[in-house]
Design a protein. Structure first.
Length: 93
């Protein structure tokens, strides 16, 4: 799979500007994900796609996700308070 490149780090002389339509919510999310205010949307998207391509989920993470989905389907879930207590225990530990 080809890697996305960060145009601000390595400008592509063959790149083209194309208009795309995104929802206001997506634009707000992209703005939130910027490392700095002047970072381009192209750079944000390239950075995020690089991260997804370079850092696939581990087998352990995939199993944990599947277990969580199975628990949810069975109606098994933790309350907000239980999760907060677990996080606090981990920080203390």
């Amino acid at each position: 799979m080809p890697r996305a490149s960060n145009p601000e780090q390595n400008p592509d002389p063959e790149s083209a500007t194309i208009p795309i339509r995104i929802s206001p919510r997506t634009r707000e999310q992209l703005d939130f994900l910027k490392d700095r205010p002047d970072e381009s949307y192209d750079a944000v998207i390239a950075r995020l796609t690089d991260r997804v391509i370079d850092e696939p989920l581990s087998e352990e993470t995939l199993k944990a996700i599947e277990k969580s989905l199975t628990d949810l389907r069975k109606g098994i879930s933790d309350t907000h308070e239980e999760i907060v207590q677990e996080i606090l225990k981990q920080k203390e530990g």
